[in-house]
Design a protein around this ligand. Structure first.
Ligand code: GEK
Length: 244
C-alpha cells in the first residue's frame, strides 16, 4: 500500500474536535480505514459475492445503500449470475461517489454499476432481489430507520435478500464494555495508537448510533421480512441476512 493511502486522520492531537464526515481525506484512505477498523470486513465483502450468486433473480435490481467506494457493489458484480439485472450503488458523500466513478473506467464487467450521489432516505427501491446496507444504517437518524426499512421491504421481490451489517451494542453494560475493550485491542493490533482510537471514538459519538441485535431483528420482522438472522459476528460487529 502507498503510504499516502494509510489512515492517519486521527494521529495528531485535534484541538477543536468535530463530528466525523465522509470527505475527500477520508475517501483517500478509506480501504485502509475499513480493513483496520471493522473486524471481519473482508469476509463480509467476500460473502456478498456468494450471497449474490445464490439469491439474485433475473430481471431485478441490486442495491448497495451507503456504498462508500463501492466494495459491496463490486462484490455483487463479481457474484452476479442472474440475467438482465441492474446494480445501483448510492452514497451521499460526493467524495466517495467521485472516486467510484473514476475507478470504474476500464472495468469491462457485463453489468456496470450505476453510482448515484444521493441520500438513501430519498432513493427509490424497486424490483430488488438483493439489497445491501453494509455498515450504513448506523449513520441514519434513528427516528427514520423504520421508515427506510419499510421502504426497502416494499421495493423487494418475494424471496429477495437484505444484507444488513452493523456495529452493535449489547444490553448488558458489562458485556458491552468488555467487547468495546476487545475491539479497541483489535484496532491497536492493527497499528492504531490510543490517541487515534480515542479521537475517532469521540468524532463518531454523535454520528454512529449503534443498536442491539434484537433491535435490528425486531425492526426487520416488523417491516415484514419472514426471517432475519445473524450470519456473521465478530465482537461488536455483525451482519444479518433478512429474507422477504
Ligand atoms: C462498504 N458500505 O465498504 N445516505 C447515503 N449515504 C450515507 C448516508 C445517507 N443518509 N449516511 C451515511 N452514508 C461500505 C461502507 S461506510 C461505513 C459504508 C463506515 C454513507 C457515508 O457517506 C459512508 O460512505 C457510508 O454511508 C458508511 O461496504 O464508515 O463505518
Amino acid at each position: 500500500m502507498n503510504n499516502s493511502n494509510k489512515d492517519r486522520i486521527f494521529s495528531e492531537a485535534i484541538k477543536k474536535p468535530q463530528d466525523f464526515v465522509f470527505d475527500e481525506r477520508v475517501a483517500a484512505v478509506f480501504p485502509d480505514m475499513l480493513l483496520r477498523s471493522i473486524p471481519g470486513y473482508p469476509a463480509i465483502i467476500g460473502m456478498i459475492e456468494t450471497l449474490t450468486a445464490q439469491f439474485a433473480q433475473n430481471n431485478t435490481c441490486l442495491y448497495d445503500l451507503g456504498c462508500s467506494l463501492g466494495a459491496s457493489a463490486q462484490s455483487m458484480q463479481k457474484g452476479l449470475r442472474a440475467e438482465n439485472c441492474r446494480i445501483i450503488a448510492v452514497d451521499n458523500s460526493r467524495a466517495m461517489i467521485d472516486s467510484c466513478i473514476a475507478a470504474q473506467t476500464g472495468n469491462n464487467a457485463a453489468t456496470r454499476i450505476e453510482y448515484h450521489c444521493d441520500d438513501i432516505l430519498n432513493c427509490e427501491i424497486e424490483d430488488a432481489s438483493v439489497v445491501v446496507m453494509n455498515f450504513t444504517l448506523q449513520f441514519v437518524d434513528k427516528a427514520r430507520r423504520r421508515e427506510l426499512l419499510d421502504r426497502i421491504f416494499a421495493g423487494m421481490r418475494p424471496n429477495g435478500i437484505f444484507i444488513l451489517s452493523e456495529k452493535v451494542r449489547f444490553e448488558d453494560q458489562a458485556v458491552n464494555k468488555l467487547l468495546i475493550e476487545v475491539y479497541h485491542a483489535f484496532k491497536k493490533a492493527n497499528g492504531y495508537s490510543d490517541l487515534e482510537i480515542s479521537q475517532k471514538r469521540a468524532a463518531l459519538e454523535n454520528v454512529l448510533i449503534p443498536e442491539t441485535i434484537k433491535d435490528h431483528r425486531d425492526r426487520l420482522i416488523r417491516s415484514g421480512f419472514k426471517s432475519a438472522d445473524v450470519w456473521f459476528q465478530c465482537f461488536n460487529f455483525m451482519s444479518m441476512l433478512a429474507i422477504k
